[in-house]
Design a protein around this ligand. Structure first.
Ligand code: AHG
Ligand code: MN
Ligand code: MN
Length: 347
């Protein structure tokens, strides 16, 4: 009893649900019904993936290697494959004509009536790019993983647009809670949601998201320090010099190894994330993929008042030339990213 009183009585009766949020946006003309349905189905897929992790993970090794590899050469884990199947299944019978998946060499055409109808109506014809499971190496060790998505117009076949032309972007993080951050093109800021697993509803969290301009937290895999290009080396030297150095402040470091988890933290309290290019063979443009990872994260970042660049150029201005193209990615608190941009432009 005392414990119940201490915890308070949980009542989400006055909290906005994702369905209401989408309905409001349809009503004010910000999004189409087709966009709302695709988003809703992505949320349903995330709920199914949450259940899979929480329940099936007891009997099935979701982190087991399948023996396969995706087109980037990454070993596929059981959950990579299952999550992708679940998402594609949920996007059947929506206006999504194609799914572009990190796990597939080529676009997947969805042949539902609704997608065919949408194809005849330019403004509703869309495609969805997904990283079905971000943070694969963390599946087996019970560390947060996630699903990243980008909703794009589909005016010229399954060719991804520049990031700035995305219709919407977001990601789900499967951690102690399942959370969603989401923004549509006409939104002024992203909105965060948390899944109430009792009734399978995403409910809105507090206010709209705003990444603080300044932060003293950074995320980078420092094990690659010997391989970094000189702008990142010089920046890190300043960071490590702390208060006495040119940066004049002390930093903390966090690196989860699942970008969704590091990104969620940055959207909640600020910080800067780096996966730069480096001298390792095949890592000249870092590790992360423009279409499935960098574009959606950068879209959300800019909506939240932050910055996202490949070092010197804005990610959202890059023209994807290949479905699986990689890009260096630096995003987060505006002042910290600006500082990094200066290192890249001056060297
Ligand atoms: P994915 O599991 O979709 O391949 O993405 C993993 C990414 C990202 O989540 C993470 O930040 C990064 O790879 C970790 O890479 P390192 O193991 O090189 O640190
Ligand atoms: Mn990923
Ligand atoms: Mn992945």
């Amino acid at each position: 009893m005392a414990f119940v009183m201490m915890m308070g009585c949980y009542d989400d009766g006055d909290k906005m649900r994702l369905d209401d949020y989408l309905t409001n946006r349809c009503d004010d003309g910000r999004i189409s019904l087709a966009e709302a349905k695709v988003t809703r189905q992505l949320a349903e897929a995330a709920i199914a993936i949450t259940r899979l992790i929480r329940v099936s993970g007891i009997e099935t090794d979701l982190g087991a290697e399948t023996g396969g590899a995706n087109s980037d050469g990454d070993d596929q884990k059981a959950l990579d494959v299952m999550a992708e199947e679940i998402i594609i299944e949920h996007l059947q019978n929506t206006a999504a004509a194609y799914v572009l998946s990190e796990e597939q060499d080529a676009p997947i055409a969805l042949s539902s009536d609704e997608a065919a109808d949408a194809a005849s109506s330019q403004d509703q014809h869309m495609m969805v790019a997904i990283d079905p499971l971000d943070g694969s190496s963390n599946i087996a060790v019970n560390v947060t993983v996630g699903t990243i998505f980008s909703i794009m117009p589909c005016t010229n076949g399954p060719m991804p647009c520049r990031g700035r032309d995305q219709l919407a972007a977001g990601f789900f993080a499967y951690g102690p809670q399942t959370t969603l951050i989401l923004a549509f093109a006409r939104d002024t800021a992203p909105q965060c949601f948390v899944l109430d697993e009792r009734d399978g509803q995403f409910v809105a969290m507090d206010d709209l998201v705003r990444i603080p301009d300044h932060s003293n937290e950074y995320a980078i895999n420092a094990a690659y320090a010997a391989h970094w290009f000189s702008p990142v080396k010089s920046w890190m030297a300043e960071v490590l010099a702390g208060k006495e150095g040119a940066y004049s402040k002390s930093f903390r470091m966090r690196w989860v190894g699942s970008m969704v988890a590091d990104a969620w933290r940055i959207f909640r309290r600020g910080g800067v994330f780096l996966y730069p290019g480096d001298h390792r063979k095949g890592y000249e443009n870092g590790r992360l993929r423009l279409v499935y990872e960098a574009n959606p994260i950068s879209f959300l970042t800019e909506k939240a008042g932050g910055r996202a660049v490949n070092g010197s150029d804005r990610i959202l201005d890059l023209l994807p030339e290949d479905l699986h193209q990689r890009t260096a990615l630096i995003f987060g608190s505006a002042a910290e990213v600006d500082h990094l941009i200066a290192f890249h432009r001056n060297e």
